[in-house]
Every structure is written in C-alpha cells, then in structure tokens.
Design a binder for this molecule. Structure first.
Ligand code: URA
Length: 240
C-alpha cells in the first residue's frame, strides 16, 4: 500500500514536471515507466538547475524527451519534402543560444543545423569570439527544410515553434541571438526590419535577445559583417 502511494506521488510529480516543460501528452508504454520517472530519481549531482524558480532538471534528458516527442513529425506540410528533422544541437547548459530560420540543403541531408556555407560563417564567428560550437546551442524556427529554401509559412511556423520554445525553456540561455528576420519576427513578434532592430537587446520571457543579420545575408553582403560583429561584442559583454 505504502509503495503504491509512493508510486502515485512519483507519477504525479513526473506528470507535473513534463507539463511544465510544455508537453501536452505522454504516449507512455508500460515498459518505459521506470525510464520516464528516472529524471526525478537522479542524484542531485546529475541534475542541473534551469529555471528561475529553482527547479532542478536534467537538461539533456529533457531535450532527448522533447526530440522523442517530436517523433517522425507529420504536423505540417514541410514533412513531405524533408530528408531529416534538424532538431538543434549544442550544450543543454549553453549560456548562448543562436536561432536561425530553418534547415537548408546540407542541414536537411545531415540532420544538423548550420553546417552549410552560412553555418561555416556562423561557426567561424563563434570560434573568433573565443567559444566552441559545442558550448553554445544552435536551433531553428522550423526543424524541416522548406523546399527551394523558401521562407517558412505561418502555419509551418505555428506547428513547429512550440518545440523551439520548449528548447529555450529547457536550456534557459543567458542570451539568445536571433539570426535574421524570420527568427526575430517569430520570437519577438515584431515586424520592424532587422536593419533597425539589430544592435539592441530585446526581451523574450526575461532572456535578453539580440537580433542580428542572418549569416546567409552576410555572405551576400560582406560589408555588413562588421555590424554583426559589433552586435556579438555586446552579447559577449552581457555573458561576462
Ligand atoms: N539557415 C538557417 O536559418 N538555418 C540553418 O540551419 C542553416 C541555414
């Protein structure tokens, strides 16, 4: 009897935990219950504090579960043209998170964000700033490639962005950098041109957000690189 009450308490805590992370349903197989409960059973040394409320969660575990929850996503029409879902990558403890628009051809083939030409420029910038790519987190507004690299459409953004919001909630970075118009408009809900917004911090749920140019734009307009470099100096200052 006592054991049953303990189990029910654990299950209730687990459900609250996943609900706070934004999950709306849990397709749980009986055989997986022990595993699902395991974040709550982890030793304190294996946990990381993520939220301002002082809640302790295991970030990598939460990201893995989120990825599992996305599954072989068919929630929008982008699923029809993709090869791979590009979930995002980097450290669950990242102080800095970059958000782009959506995977391009290379990303779609390899399942990793920002690895094509624009990604190489972004990686170079990260390294020049004295960081490693593995130490930051890189994600996109949509996780599947829009064909011919068109902009993602509103219904696609609406289907996919809840997953990004959950990634942000799990990682709780100190600063977010929005790369380009789509990321900035989606996260901040503003339509002001990026050329006017860039260089100043805005706020997303208490996290400072720096909008700046998308690396693909910088490849086409190399003279603007120094503006993004300037924006990144402000970001680095915020991080110290
Ligand atoms: N452009 C983006 O916005 N995201 C990527 O992952 C690659 C290119």
């Amino acid at each position: 009897m006592h054991n049953n009450i303990d189990t029910i308490k654990k299950i209730r805590k687990a459900i609250e935990f996943y609900r706070e992370l934004g999950f709306v349903y849990m397709p749980v197989k009986k055989s997986r219950i022990a595993e699902i409960l395991s974040p709550l059973a982890s030793k304190p040394s294996e946990m990381k504090q993520h939220s301002g409320a002082g809640r302790t969660v295991n970030g990598q575990e939460a990201l893995n579960l989120l990825r599992e929850n996305i599954g072989d996503c068919q929630r929008c029409k982008l699923s029809g043209g993709r090869n791979t879902i590009v979930f995002g990558e980097g450290s669950p403890d990242a102080p800095l998170m970059f958000i782009g628009e959506g995977p391009g051809r290379d990303e779609d083939l390899q399942g990793r964000p920002f690895i094509g030409d624009a990604g190489k420029l972004l990686t170079k910038m990260i390294v020049k700033l004295g960081m490693k790519r593995e130490d930051v987190y890189i994600a996109n507004i949509v996780k599947c490639r829009p064909s011919y690299n068109r902009n993602p459409e509103e219904d696609e953004i609406n289907s996919c962005s809840p997953f990004l919001l959950q990634q942000i909630e799990i990682i709780r970075p100190s600063v977010i950098v929005c790369l380009g118009k789509i990321a900035t408009e989606t996260l901040l809900g503003v339509k002001t041109p990026i050329s006017k917004l860039r260089g100043n911090f805005l706020d997303f749920n208490g996290i400072p957000v720096m909008p700046t140019f998308h690396p693909a734009y910088l490849l086409r307009n190399p003279k603007a690189k120094w503006l993004t470099w300037d924006d990144m100096q402000k970001v680095m200052k915020r991080l110290t």
